[in-house]
Design a protein around this ligand. Structure first.
Ligand code: BDP
Length: 710
């Protein structure tokens, strides 16, 4: 049995908030018997949107109109609120559970009032209530039983934010789902209904921050007219518990302030940022803070004045501190003038500055030391800066993972980083505990995801890409959730509750991450994509900035392939704590999925499979293609469970993915073969075209090309 509109077509706009009627009559009856009316008082904008969501959700799911009442003396009430706005909550025996949750947490529990059974959705704050409402609706959407329900949940990280790389001209750097959601031209007057739906979707997964603009920032965003536009968005987001952040261009005092310098120690510069902070908070009273990319990829920063990153971060932090804002300073810093392995540069620069950042500064660290590749070792800054709160930055948009045409479910990648053991305090010192602040007792903590949203009707381009937005939010709330659980939840709510759909589709999604690794960059290969737009393979990319070429990273030659980061090479392994460091440094113990990240390996090196490295490379690339074919096979068998529009959309994109997986495989193997001089074993498909053909392919107007003008 399915509860879906299998015959009609959907466009994906509703994301995971479809609230379709529960089709299973028995379950529907069970729900209806315990949820008969809502007892709640909308005493704030947040409670009012919570109540609205609850009513429309229940109306959809239970297919009836739920009355709102004041009377708790009847069976089947859903009591929703905080002890403050709803004093009766004190009589519901929730004290122990409420004591266990933090300010944004919630309790959902079967209890009773004067002998009448009821269910409470309670929290300390209105935002907590809103999160509880969404969790309750998720419970119903995924067809969980309501009997004796008891959910006690708090977010593990404090700042759970999306980073939009949106430009003021409406384009999105590395965006593959259309143009920016923010219609700057019509703001602040016209408020698209999408802003509210965006906020609802975020709140439903606990996201509480949105940085609206590209990290390659444009100073104009800090001028009054743009601040007023941002304020209009902040007004829409506020009831949903979402605070607005903006990217600050370090040279803004020159560009929009008329100063001749942006030196962080210059008195006029200090005064300018203080004045700017005051102006911002006058316009957006709950402004979250600044996100800053400095001295990286051509962006201005404190190094331009021989000052340190902490000098730069502290300048902004001091300006914003009186208003309760934070500075999120990105650790994605590297410089082609530094003659050292790019993977080491952020660590070498920032670790000595541990302890010098102000209390309201967080360092935002990408999951790996290079740049959002299909697989990276965790960033060694995690665990190495105990005195500084480190945020984790993940990329939800699929810049290096097939844009919006490849179905790649990213929760396994996110989890791989979160669950990685830094060993900084011995075994069990997981990256997740650095990120949630518990490892070193930090008051602030956070996770940022580079958004994949855009103006496409279905928000994220690929009908399955919204799973990555969803997974990011769920993991930022609770990093202990498994990738499978999150996939199942999302599939239930997005497509169908039928286990004949959910089970195979979950397997397909989980496999998809390893598939993309295999057909793009197996065995620890990295950064071998086409130049600039990053669409398709480009292992031959050379010339220009060495650290933007592929040759720099794969180091292929007649003898072998891979970047030697052992003590004999760049010694990047020294940034990891023992015993992981030794494990990585030793060719025999280095995990094979990171082998070529850390070692330059001979073509005839014997792998655990018994194959030589060359044969293993051929095997992995082919396995990736086969995995995509298996995904196609799985999807085709699910035709009866999905509406035709979304079914066909995914089906066609999978066929593009299969072609592109072959493209990656054939181009990379042919290119690496020029070094190995070895045949592609007969058991595998042989390349369809010549190497020259692949090298001569040009692609125009690929979406997401950077725009960096002031
Ligand atoms: C790289 C992107 C570039 C971003 C940069 C960043 O190619 O467009 O500006 O990351 O994170 O992966 O700053």
């Amino acid at each position: 049995m399915t509860n879906d509109r299998t015959k009609s077509s959907e466009d994906g706009y509703e994301l995971w908030l479809r609230y379709l009627p529960v089709a299973d009559a028995e379950r529907l009856e069970a729900y209806r018997s315990v949820v008969r009316c809502i007892v709640s008082r909308a005493t704030s904008p947040t409670l009012s949107v919570a109540l609205k969501e609850l009513r429309s959700g229940l109306q959809g799911l239970l297919d009836w109109s739920i009355p709102i009442t004041d009377d708790l003396n009847q069976p089947g009430t859903l009591v929703v609120g905080t002890p403050e706005n709803h004093p009766e909550i004190d009589a519901l025996q929730l004290d122990e559970d409420l004591a266990a949750v933090n300010d944004e947490g919630y309790v959902i529990r079967s209890t009773s009032y004067n002998g009448h059974p009821c269910i409470a959705i309670a929290a300390h704050t209105d935002t907590g209530v809103l999160y509880g409402v969404f969790a309750f609706l998720r419970h119903l959407q995924t067809h969980q039983p309501l009997q004796d329900i008891r959910i006690v949940s708090s977010p593990r990280t404090k700042i759970r934010m999306l980073n939009h790389w949106d430009n003021l001209d409406g384009t999105i750097e590395r965006g593959y789902a259309g143009f920016s959601l923010w219609d700057w031209h019509k703001l602040p007057d016209y408020l698209s209904p999408r802003y509210t739906d965006y906020a609802r979707a975020n709140a439903s997964i606990g996201i509480n921050g949105a940085s609206l603009t590209n990290v390659n920032a444009n100073s104009l965003i800090l001028t009054k007219p743009y601040l007023q536009k941002a304020a209009a968005l902040a007004d829409v987001f506020r009831p949903y518990g979402i605070r607005v952040f903006l990217t600050a261009r370090f040279s803004a005092p020159i560009e929009i302030g008329g100063l001749t310098t942006a030196d962080p120690l210059d008195a006029e510069v200090i005064a300018w940022w203080r004045g700017k902070a005051q102006e911002i908070y006058d316009i957006i009273p709950d402004f979250g803070g600044f996100v800053v990319k400095a001295n990286s990829e051509g962006q201005p920063g404190p190094h331009d004045y021989n000052r340190s990153h902490s000098d730069g971060a502290n300048l902004l932090a001091e300006a914003i501190a009186p208003f309760g804002g934070v500075v999120i300073w990105r650790a994605f810093v590297y410089d082609s003038d530094i003659p050292d392995d790019r993977a080491k540069q952020a660590y070498d620069d920032l670790v000595p500055q541990d302890g010098t950042f102000h209390k309201n500064v967080l360092l935002q660290v990408k999951n790996g030391p290079i740049d959002f590749q299909t697989r990276e070792p965790y960033h060694p800054l995690f665990g190495a800066m105990p005195q500084t709160p480190l945020m984790l930055e993940l990329q939800i948009t699929q810049e290096y993972l097939g844009c919006a045409t490849h179905l790649v479910y990213l929760a396994p990648l996110f989890k791989e980083t979160l669950d990685a053991d830094t060993y900084c305090y011995g075994r069990g010192s997981l990256v997740a505990y650095v990120v949630d602040g518990s490892m070193d007792d930090h008051d602030i903590s956070g996770m940022a995801g580079v958004a994949n949203t855009g103006s496409d009707r279905n928000w994220c381009g690929h009908p399955c890409a919204a799973a990555n937005w969803y997974a990011f939010g769920r993991l930022a709330w609770d990093h202990t959730l498994s990738a499978e659980t999150i996939a199942e939840e999302w599939l239930h709510m997005t497509f169908s509750n039928d286990s004949r759909f959910v089970q195979p589709a979950t397997t397909m999604m989980i496999t998809s991450r390893q598939a993309v690794v295999n057909y793009m960059t197996p065995l620890g290969l990295h950064h071998i994509m086409a130049r600039g737009h990053h669409y398709g393979p480009g292992p031959w990319v050379e010339g220009g900035r060495p650290d933007w070429t592929s040759l720099y990273y794969h180091q292929a030659d007649e003898e072998g392939i891979g970047f030697d980061r052992t003590p004999e090479g760049s010694n990047a392994v020294s940034h990891y704590f023992p015993p992981y460091r030794e494990e990585l440094a030793n060719l025999e113990t280095c995990p094979e999925n990171l082998l070529l990240w850390f070692h330059h390996v001979l073509w005839d090196h014997r792998m655990k499979s018994g194959r030589t490295l060359w044969d293993e490379l051929c095997c992995k690339y082919n396995e990736g293609v086969e995995q995509v074919r298996q995904m196609q096979h799985t999807w085709n068998a699910l035709v009866d469970f999905v509406d035709p529009a979304r079914f066909i959309h995914v089906q066609v994109l999978l066929s593009i993915q299969e072609q592109e997986a072959r493209w990656w495989r054939d181009a990379c193997l042919l290119y690496f073969q020029t070094f190995s001089q070895l045949p592609i074993p007969d058991e595998y498909e042989q390349p369809a075209e010549s190497l020259e053909y692949y090298m001569n392919l040009s692609h125009y107007f690929v979406p997401g090309i950077p725009e960096r003008r002031f």
